[in-house]
Write a protein that binds this ligand. Structure first.
Ligand code: HEM
Length: 430
């Protein structure tokens, strides 16, 4: 019966190119949402196109999300460039039993109980970062600063790579350089010819992995964890969340005031050098609601890619084995039937988690591949915001227009430049 069903409506476009270029152009111009909206308006919530020269079905909306997260005939898919750059070792690139095994290993150091133990280390890293990169300055480029911060937090808290002026610092440096190449390589055309972007990324990644192989002992263990936890997902996503949260708070004074009040109340109960505790984090309801609202409006992961392992039927259409499935995360996030006045920044939507319908808010994905770092990212965001909010005031610098593009992660123009001033509490401590 399945074979008699029609393919989803749509078009494969030009041979080889398909819709790849137009989609990537839209992402670079930060018009990815509009691109999907136009496509879905034309062909409906289930449609077909050609992406990276592969037949692809778009499944949009809550039922599409549910299907992708729960179907046994759907598996992970990475772009060819990534698979060649990192080999097949990371969690995102393994499937079936191997995926379950590696995921269990990773969850041991990412689940909430483990995250509780990281709070003090994160607290120290955030303070160190603000002292080194914010204190005494009048302007900060937020995105690069947040990338440095989340990288440092990950190395210290997760990989136990304390700064030691020796081998640990060397491993940190290698991880950092290699990571930049991996991020660049996410969306380049996998053409390994001299002077192509891909061949440069490939060479840098090889150098990085060779250098890491030389490290043994604690640093070697840290490297193993780093490889498993997949640095691609881990620190740029959280850096994007922090950056855009800071941007939205600048433009929404009401939400900002609530957050300041909440964080000041926590700060007032602590001695100047006392680290935040797990209990303190549970009081940060407004802060996490504002962070979730930021993830709704600008999910760092713009779309999720999968592959069918069998012919499947969905919504009356046949999607053949071997097709890709493309899931635009923000389609449900920006649906006015689910989130009224979707363009408004309104953290109140998330003050009661049960008010959000299932499969509609998916910044961390869902199902067996749901982001295992969501709790780590939450804790890191709350700790960082506590110190940013209680130590500084900020506003968008006049020379910065606040716009952003996607490569495919969101990146604001000029890294999002803000003018900063110390808050009273920091002045008295300084
Ligand atoms: C705001 C922060 C974050 C966001 C928005 C985010 C988002 C996501 C999303 C949407 C996925 C699913 C991708 C897919 O289904 O193909 C994912 C997977 C993943 N994330 Fe995150 N992530 C964040 C932070 C982190 C952190 C802090 C870590 C680790 C420390 C991490 C590690 C991973 C890993 C290992 C996967 C692959 C899971 C698997 O394939 O089973 N993420 N992330």
């Amino acid at each position: 019966k399945k074979t008699k069903l029609p393919l989803p409506p749509g078009s494969f476009g030009l041979p080889i190119i398909g819709q790849t270029l137009s989609y990537h152009r839209a992402l670079n111009a930060n018009a990815g949402e509009d691109w999907f909206r136009r496509w879905i308006t034309t062909y409906g919530p289930v449609s077909r196109l050609s992406y990276f020269n592969t037949p692809t079905a778009i499944l949009a909306g809550p039922s599409g999300n549910k299907f992708i997260f729960s179907s046994a005939s759907v598996t992970a898919k990475t772009t060819a460039s990534m698979a060649r750059m990192i080999g097949r070792r990371t969690l995102q690139d393994v499937v079936g039993d191997e995926h379950r095994r590696v995921r269990t290993l990773i969850l041991r150091f990412l689940q909430p109980d483990a995250c509780k133990r990281y709070v003090a280390g994160m607290d120290a890293e955030v303070r160190r970062h603000l002292d080194a990169q914010w204190k005494g300055r009048t302007t900060v480029a937020v995105m690069p600063a947040m990338k440095d911060l989340t990288f440092d937090v990950m190395c210290t808290a997760l990989f136990s790579l304390e700064r030691d002026g020796g081998e640990n610092d060397a491993v940190r440096q290698v991880l950092s350089t290699e990571f930049q190449q991996l991020v660049k390589g996410i969306s380049v055309v996998p053409l390994n010819l001299p002077f192509t972007s891909f061949s440069k990324c490939l060479a840098a990644s090889r150098r990085g992995r060779r250098a890491l192989r030389d490290h043994r002992g604690e640093a070697g263990k840290a490297r193993e964890r780093a490889e498993l936890a997949d640095r691609r997902c881990a620190h740029d996503t959280t850096a994007a969340l922090l950056t855009f949260l800071i941007r939205y708070l600048d433009a929404n004074r009401d939400a900002y005031e609530k957050l300041v009040h909440e964080q000041e109340e926590i700060a007032q109960c602590k001695a100047p050098d006392e680290a935040l505790s797990w209990e303190d984090l549970s009081k940060m309801r407004h802060t996490w609601a504002a962070a979730q609202e930021t993830l709704r409006l600008i999910p760092p992961v713009f779309s999720i890619l999968r592959e069918t392992t069998d012919d499947i039927e969905f919504a009356g259409y046949r999607i053949p084995k071997g097709w890709q499935l493309l899931q635009p995360t923000s389609t449900t996030h920006w649906d006015p039937k689910i989130f009224p006045e979707p363009e408004m920044f309104d953290p109140a939507r998330f003050m009661d988690a049960s008010a959000v319908p299932p499969f509609c808010f998916i910044p961390f994905g869902g199902g067996p591949r749901m982001c295992p770092g969501n709790e780590f990212g939450r804790v890191e965001t709350l700790v960082a915001m506590h110190y940013i909010v209680t130590r500084f005031r900020w506003k968008l610098a006049p020379s910065c227009d606040g716009s952003y593009a996607r490569f495919p992660l969101p990146y604001p123009s000029q890294g999002f430049l803000i003018d900063i001033q110390p808050r009273h509490r920091q002045q008295t401590n300084a």
